[in-house]
Design a protein around this ligand. Sequence first.
Ligand SMILES: Nc1nc2c(ncn2[C@@H]2O[C@H](COP(=O)(O)OP(=O)(O)OP(=O)(O)O)[C@@H](O)[C@H]2O)c(=O)[nH]1
Length: 349
Amino acid sequence: MQAPTKHYTKQAQNIDARRRHYILAFVSYITSAIMFVYGVKNINAEQILLPVILFGTGLAFLLNILLFHLSRNLERACIAEAVLVGSFVLSLVYQGGFNNTALYWVFPFPAILFGLLGVRNALLSNALMLVALCIMLFMPELILAQYKDAEASRFIASLLIVIAVCWINEHYRERSHQAMDLLQQSKEIQANTDSLTGLANRRFIDSSLLPSLAQQPSQFFPLALIMCDIDHFKQLNDRFGHDAGDEVLKVVATLFHSNLRQNDIASRTGGEEFLLILPHTSRVDAFLVAEKIRRQFEHSRMLANNPEYKVSASFGVAVCDSADSFQDAVKLADQQMYLSKRNGRNQVN
Ligand SMILES: Nc1nc2c(ncn2[C@@H]2O[C@H](COP(=O)(O)OP(=O)(O)OP(=O)(O)O)[C@@H](O)[C@H]2O)c(=O)[nH]1
């Protein structure tokens, strides 16, 4: 795991899921209530088809929301709702509605489809619905209802406008949602990253890693920790200057990157102190990784202007097998690293 990753934030996903949930609930409860009212009003209508359409769709909406409450599968519920919406519109226009007023009832549904399905799928389903409506209205022999030609063409023109406006609206709403989320992500990444080395920082460990350890233990444990501290860094700074010290810190960061796996995390936890976090790693393997990095310090040219100057580091290794023991393992890795310092530096313990 490279420390701060790019993905949709949970918060943005939750907000969007809530928006779709409310639309689903609104369509299911409010629209079905309206359908039941009109169904009752038309129960003695000449054509039994109208109350059948109204009661049938109202019941199907309620059944769909009930299944959603049981399964919590929002995606499936929204698709089912959209299919019901499309079928209702087409069957109502086919039948004609009370006193041939079916066309008036079509207008809310393009917006509902955009709310349920997102831009691309909603545009596609609205286009399909529009084509089906055109066929029905301009081939009157196919349907029960009778609409005047002028009424049909005005209806199609105004429906086109409604669909286009909904499309533009939803397209830019989605774009602005994405832009806000990217902004939030880049702020998050900045806050979790050490600006000099590009490595994760202590905040990342506290605010992102620790909760993940507790929530998804199987992705991490057994977890090995390698504490690494550059030897005599003060001397290096004093001799070559602070900029040279910074240069070394950056080279050390690239050295970590080239020796760690994709899922490992390299963090800078202090001035010249680093914590390497290795998921699914035993103490023996972590020891080997630390030893490999230690040897690379010896062979690396850390200072471009003084390639002969050798920089070394001291390492301490510890493992933990639960989120609760993480902080203890950090302390142990720190103690092991100080043992390496006391024993003469440039070693792993
Ligand atoms: N260039 C540079 N120096 C830093 C940075 N952060 C901390 N330091 C320096 O790192 C040095 C750490 O010194 P010490 O803690 O005495 O450790 P050391 O000299 O490495 O000695 P040992 O750890 O015992 O081997 C201090 O001089 C800090 O000023 C940084 O971001 N850039």
